[in-house]
Design a protein around this ligand. Structure first.
Ligand code: 4AD
Ligand code: MG
Length: 473
């Protein structure tokens, strides 16, 4: 349908052509001598309006109720100018054939059904305007992502999904420890440790605790230490028990890693990448973006155009704390130097203080950040950066990595309660053998989809959301 509708003036250049359209019936309107039905095949937002009367081949299928909302059909006919105001062209049907009829219980009958309801029908929701558009924009964001990194000489690296390390050190990993035979099953609320004597590790599939990855970064660092600029694009998992509109248990992350680079290079890369993908969807998803602009978030196109063109704001964590302390607004979580910024603080910064511009905050206190971040000379902060955007809050988190072996080992020793240095000898090897300054960041792909479409809940930015208590479909 997009090929037919996408021509000049929505298909007017195709008048008189004979075509076949295969898709699913969206609406059906029976009038005395003529019937209209709309077909969509997911190639674009537009439906093909089909006009049928009793002399068309297969008309009896309409009379016997084989053509209803949700049915799959093949329609043959000629393109004519439409009398209606909604579309320029329509299909005058010569022949129609029902491929699969649709039971009257088809749940997506009404034009507007709530997103909450559609989450319970995740297998059928891509047939709605909103979810079809989200799927196409998500696809364009993925394509734009690969295009950006490939055009800039980055090598795509596949990092493992099952791993023994905890990159972020937050203890939010899903355990995949699987005992073969009759060993003792690990309890779900205590993460097993290698030395745990209640477990017979000789019977474990991996012989030691294994988890679903929270980030591909540590593995990406190994490839950056050989190929210079690399990126990952894959699923990541977090057993964070937070039921918010920005958290998923399973989400996709894009993690570039740049060698011979510092935090400034990292921030420049993050900015260029975000501006590139935003521009990419504005240029390649015009019809879907117009839809979001009208129905999901008024003004989103202007907002994204601004993001693509204007410089982002940069400030240090220390300055951000100052700014929050001076704010007139009362926050639920009080701010003081050393605290983690909450989403209310992040939103205040991007939405109120800098009226809608993305903001990069850098140089966070080392105690609230991960072990691998490079220590700044002040001894209190690390070379970390978070990129915040309006509505979504944190879209990216990144840092320059500690490339100095002695300092990294010192930090790991300080954190020995939660971090087992022995299992990171391979990571330390990167600092032993030809270490280089390097930096990278991770972007939560579903948060990018939220940002680019205006979709409010992250559960609607991924086809099959995984959240606490929900792993259906
Ligand atoms: O800030 P995070 O935890 O950073 C890392 O994992 C680094 N290892 C990345 C790197 O430097 N290579 O996560 C990165 C991003 C966040 O900014 C956020 O957009 C997203 O991942 N994210 C989530 N998205 C959805 N659901 C969750 N539970 C998320 N947790 C993080
Ligand atoms: Mg973060």
């Amino acid at each position: 349908i997009s090929v037919i509708k996408g021509g000049s003036e929505q298909g007017m250049d195709r008048l008189g052509q004979n075509i076949v359209v295969k898709g699913w019936v969206r609406t059906l309107r029976v009038q005395s001598s003529i019937t209209f039905f709309e077909v969509n095949d997911g190639s674009c937002l537009s439906n093909m309006q089909c006009v049928i009367n009793s002399d068309a081949e297969g008309y009896d299928q309409l009379e016997s109720g084989f053509i209803t909302t949700g049915a799959s059909v093949s329609v043959e006919g000629v393109i004519v100018a439409s009398q209606g105001s909604k579309q320029k062209i329509e299909l005058k049907v010569a022949k129609v054939n029902t491929i699969g009829k649709s039971d009257p219980s088809y749940p997506i009958q009404k034009k507007r059904v709530s997103k909450e309801f559609l989450r319970t029908k995740a297998h059928l929701r891509p047939r709605t305007n909103t979810f079809g558009a989200v799927a196409r924009v998500r696809n364009a964001l993925a394509h734009g992502t690969h295009k950006f990194f490939q055009e800039n000489g980055f090598v795509w690296v596949s990092t493992p999904i099952i791993t023994a390390s905890d990159c972020e050190g937050a203890g939010e990993q899903f355990c995949v420890t699987t005992l073969i035979g009759d060993g003792i099953k690990s309890s779900a609320n205590s993460i097993p440790k290698t030395g745990d004597s209640s477990i017979d590790w000789s019977k474990d599939f991996f012989g030691k605790p294994a988890f679903l990855t929270v980030s591909g970064q540590l593995n990406a660092e190994t490839y950056a230490s050989a190929l210079t600029d690399v990126y990952t694009f894959g699923p990541t998992f977090r057993a964070e028990n937070s039921n918010t509109s920005r958290h998923l248990a399973e989400f996709w992350m894009i993690e570039p890693e740049l060698a011979f680079a510092d935090l400034d290079d990292d921030m420049a890369c993050a900015t260029a990448y975000l501006q590139y993908v935003v521009r990419y969807v504005l240029e390649n998803c015009k019809e879907d973006m117009d839809f979001f602009n009208s129905w999901i978030e008024k003004g989103i196109i202007d907002r994204l155009n601004n993001v693509a063109e204007k410089d982002f704001v940069q400030l240090t964590y220390t300055d951000a704390v100052e700014l929050l302390l001076k704010a007139k607004k009362k926050f639920e979580f009080p701010v003081k130097w050393g605290c983690d910024l909450q989403s209310e603080h992040e939103r205040y910064i991007t939405e109120d203080a800098f009226s809608g511009t993305p903001v990069i905050i850098r140089d966070y206190p080392k105690d609230i950040k991960a072990f691998y971040m490079r220590q700044n000379d002040d001894g209190k902060t690390v070379a970390a950066m978070d990129l915040l955007v309006p509505r979504v809050g944190e879209l990216m988190g990144g840092s320059q990595r500690e490339e100095r072996l002695d300092l990294l080992e010192l930090r790991m020793d300080e954190l020995k309660e939660t971090l087992n240095k022995d299992s990171y000898s391979w990571y330390l090897d990167l600092r032993r053998f030809g270490t280089v300054p390097h930096a990278g960041f991770g972007l939560g792909f579903e948060r990018l989809v939220q940002f680019a479409t205006g979709i409010e809940n992250i559960r609607d930015a991924i086809p099959f959301p995984r959240t606490p208590g929900s792993a259906e479909f």
